[in-house]
Design a protein around this ligand. Structure first.
Ligand SMILES: [Zn+2]
Length: 295
C-alpha cells in the first residue's frame, strides 16, 4: 500500500493525529497502562505497561514512543526509556539502540526487511490498540530465562522514577478496580460511622475527575506542579502608535477582544497545543486551540 503524500508545509500532522488518539485513550484508558506526555517534546510519549502474566507478571515496564511525521501511515517507534533496566538479556526482542522489535512498531522494518513489514500495524491503528498489543509483547520474552535474570528486572526497577516524565510504577490506570469499588459502595453493610468520611471521599473523587486536564489527565489534587485553568485568547483590535499619555493608553486597552476557551486545561497541555500550532509566547496569534471536545 503506497504511503499518501502530504502538503509540504503540513508539519506535525503525525503528532496531531497522535494527540487526538491520546485524547481517545485518556477517555477510555487500557487497564494496566498509562501514557505520559513529555514537556517540550511533542513527538515523544512515555508509557507504563504492566505485565499481566508470565514470568514478569506485575512488572511495570517504562518505555518511550516516538511519533513520526507520517503517523499513523507509518507506525511509531519504541524503545525502553532511559534509566529503566530491561534489556536484550531480559527479552529476546528488546535491543538497546534498535529498540523494541515488534510488527506494531517501525523498529521492526529496519531490523527485518521483509515484505510483511508493519504486518501488525495498519494506518487505522490507534494508541489504544498499540497499548493492548504491547502488553502482550512485553509479557512474552520469547527466550529461556534464569530466575536470577527475572528477579534482577524487578529489583533494579523497584524504585524507578523517570527523569523525563516523573512516571513511576504506581502511575497506572486500573479501570476494573475502580468499577469494583463503586459496586461495593452500594453494598448493604456500611457502618454508619463512616458516612461522613464517605461523603468527603466522594467529593474528593468527583473533584479528581472534574478538576483535571483532559489532555494530560493529571489533576492539581494529585500533582502540585500542575496548573489548571480556562485559557483566554486576548486580541488587541487596533494599534495606534504614538500614544504617550497614560489615560489614552488605558483607553486603548478597551479595544480588546476576549475569547474564552471552553474547557479546563493544564498549562502544560496549553503550551503543547501552541507548539503544535507552531506558536509560542512571541507569536501567539498563530495559535488556534482545539478543545478536547473538538470545538
Ligand atoms: Zn518517562
Amino acid at each position: 500500500m503506497p504511503i499518501p503524500t502530504f502538503n509540504s508545509n503540513s508539519n506535525n500532522v503525525g503528532v496531531k493525529k497522535a494527540m487526538a488518539q491520546l485524547r481517545d485513550y485518556t477517555k477510555n484508558p487500557v487497564d494496566g497502562t498509562k501514557i505520559f506526555v513529555i514537556e517540550n517534546d511533542i513527538r515523544t510519549f512515555h508509557v507504563n505497561t504492566r505485565i499481566e502474566h508470565g514470568v514478569y507478571e506485575g512488572l511495570v515496564v517504562h518505555w518511550e514512543l516516538q511519533i513520526p511525521d507520517k503517523y499513523p501511515f507509518v507506525p511509531a517507534s519504541g524503545k525502553v526509556a532511559g534509566g529503566f533496566h530491561f534489556t536484550h538479556k531480559h527479552h529476546e526482542h528488546v535491543y538497546g539502540s534498535s529498540g523494541l522489535c515488534t510488527d506494531y512498531l517501525s523498529n521492526f522494518a529496519g531490523m527485518q526487511k521483509s515484505a510483511s513489514a508493519y504486518g501488525g500495524w495498519t494506518p487505522s491503528g490507534t494508541l489504544v490498540q498499540l497499548m493492548i498489543a504491547m502488553k502482550e509483547f512485553f509479557a512474552e520474552p520469547d527466550m529461556r530465562l534464569s530466575n536470577s535474570v527475572v528477579q534482577e528486572a524487578f529489583q533494579r526497577n523497584a524504585n524507578f522514577k523517570c527523569q523525563k516524565c516523573s512516571g513511576s510504577k504506581n502511575d497506572i490506570y486500573l479501570n476494573s478496580q475502580q468499577d469494583g469499588s463503586k459496586k461495593s459502595d452500594d453494598g448493604p453493610e456500611k457502618p454508619e460511622s463512616s458516612l461522613v468520611d464517605n461523603d468527603d471521599a466522594q467529593r474528593r473523587t468527583r473533584a479528581r475527575q472534574e478538576l483535571i486536564c483532559p489532555v494530560i489527565m493529571r489533576s492539581p489534587l494529585d500533582d502540585p506542579n500542575i496548573l489548571i485553568g480556562f485559557p483566554v485568547a486576548l486580541k488587541r483590535i487596533q494599534r495606534q502608535s504614538g500614544i504617550s499619555n497614560t489615560s489614552d493608553r488605558i483607553r486603548q486597552l478597551r479595544f480588546v477582544e476576549m475569547q474564552l476557551f471552553p474547557e479546563l486545561l493544564s498549562f502544560e497541555a496549553y503550551m503543547q497545543s501552541l507548539a503544535i500550532e507552531g506558536a509560542n509566547y512571541d507569536n501567539i496569534d498563530l495559535a488556534r486551540l482545539r478543545s478536547p471536545m473538538g470545538e
